[in-house]
Design a protein around this ligand. Structure first.
Ligand SMILES: Cc1cc2nc3c(=O)[nH]c(=O)nc-3n(C[C@H](O)[C@H](O)[C@H](O)COP(=O)(O)OP(=O)(O)OC[C@H]3O[C@@H](n4cnc5c(N)ncnc54)[C@H](O)[C@@H]3O)c2cc1C
Length: 371
């Protein structure tokens, strides 16, 4: 028998799972169909940072979008514990961006000033810390001699990202939604009442369709003759052996997981879908990390991996109707962990036919026209 949903979401990564969870909370019949990812593994390979600070000068809406998500995480974490039974290990850790040398410190400080100026009366959370202030915040770390300070923002945070994805999926199922795992969407056809989805395990009908398949959206949107301006952006990460809890706040690029390992990596590469690991990249990142925190050099590396970010070409999310389709939607974002809480809060109403909230109203496909 064909399954039938009011809303079918293609993609069960953190974006699709968050929206599925939000829809199920509203009592809407929702299915999430997810293929077993081979390379599309961003939701399974990321740092778990709720990161808002020091980004997006020139796009106030995106800045507000990120901070409004971060504010919702505390209550989301306790809600997910109840609905899914999973603790996403959210910590209001704050976040730090370390500076090496005076020039970098000045650059960071100027950027923060510009963000503050742009925010005007609303104000901008975040401040510069001198080396001594950084040392006082992280007293158990001996910083490298060239560390001059850091930016600090109390509204950044940390979650265990795999637990977040599974909590959203389980929570959605608990609230009446349906997860259809290990199933690849092969084709999409418009019907009189909605869409007929062909998968490698049968057909599914739905009234509304949401494409939240990360990089897979490019192929799926092709079924509508639509180009999604999203590209793979490769990150390489390495993981050290466990250390005691001496890094309560992540340094951007150096994060202690709740399990005690340290995750290191920050590079962004545009190399198509190539996920091979390159030692010279690791050496570059390792040099930077040990310049910040020399004792890292004494730790054993226990794992390395690379993964493709889902990168909208201008760096901002895409939430839009597919042109010519009132009930089919495209969702893509490169910081979908950070944005998960606001996605739950705001995107379900949009999918059910309301206007998207003002802050997200510019994140359309049409902004890429003629670029
Ligand atoms: C190294 C690294 C570190 C990162 N760190 C952070 C961080 O600290 N904080 C943060 O906010 N973000 C971070 N990100 C980004 C974040 O991981 C992504 O924004 C997020 O995972 C994207 O989720 P998604 O659900 O949109 O896409 P994906 O995770 O790619 O999920 C898409 C899903 O759709 C499925 N799919 C694709 N095609 C089909 C199809 N035809 N049929 C059915 N299913 C399909 C895939 O199998 C996959 O499961 C990081 C990313 C990387 C690579």
């Amino acid at each position: 028998m064909r399954q039938n949903f009011d809303v079918l979401i293609v993609g069960g990564g953190v974006t699709g799972a968050a929206v599925g969870y939000g829809l199920a909370k509203k009592g809407i019949s929702v299915g999430v169909v997810d293929a077993t990812p081979s390379v599309d593994r961003a939701s399974r390979s990321n740092m778990g940072l709720i990161w808002c600070q020091s980004k997006a000068l020139g796009n106030r809406n995106y800045v507000e979008w990120c901070f409004s998500s971060s504010k919702l995480f505390k209550s989301l974490a306790s809600e997910l514990k109840k609905t899914s039974g999973i603790d996403i290990e959210y910590t209001e850790s704050g976040g730090l961006i370390p500076c090496l040398g005076e020039e970098e410190f000045t650059k960071r400080s100027d950027y923060l000033d510009a963000l503050r100026k742009e925010a005007g009366e609303k104000g901008y959370p975040g401040t510069m810390l001198t080396r001594d202030e950084l040392q006082a915040k992280l007293p158990n770390i001996t910083f490298g001699t060239n560390v001059t300070g850091a930016t600090w923002c109390a509204e950044d945070g940390l979650v265990e990202p795999l637990k977040l994805m599974f909590a959203l999926r389980h929570g959605m199922e608990h609230l009446g939604g349906t997860l259809i795992p290990n199933t690849n969407v092969i084709d999409i056809a418009k019907t009189e009442s909605g869409y007929l989805i062909t998968t490698d395990d049968g057909e599914i009908e739905c009234t509304r369709l949401v494409l939240a398949a990360g990089l897979g959206n490019r192929q799926l949107a092709g079924k509508f003759n639509v180009t999604v301006p999203v590209v793979p952006n490769k990150g390489q990460v390495f993981l050290t052996e466990r250390v005691p809890d001496i890094l309560p706040s992540p340094l951007l690029g150096i994060t202690r997981t709740r399990g005690g390992t340290i995750m290191i990596g920050f590079e962004h590469e545009y190399v198509g879908t190539d996920t091979s690991l390159h030692t010279e990249k690791f050496c570059h990142v390792a040099k930077w990390a040990t310049d910040i925190w020399p004792a890292l050099a004494d730790l054993r590396i226990i794992r390395t991996w690379s993964c493709l970010r889902v990168w909208p070409k201008d760096g901002f999310p895409i939430y839009d109707k597919i042109p010519g389709h009132e009930n089919a939607f495209i969702l893509n974002a490169h910081s979908a962990v950070t944005l998960a809480a606001v996605h739950i809060a705001e995107l379900p109403d949009f999918i059910m036919g309301k206007e998207i909230c003002k802050t997200a109203a510019d994140f359309t496909l049409s902004r890429f026209d003629e670029k």
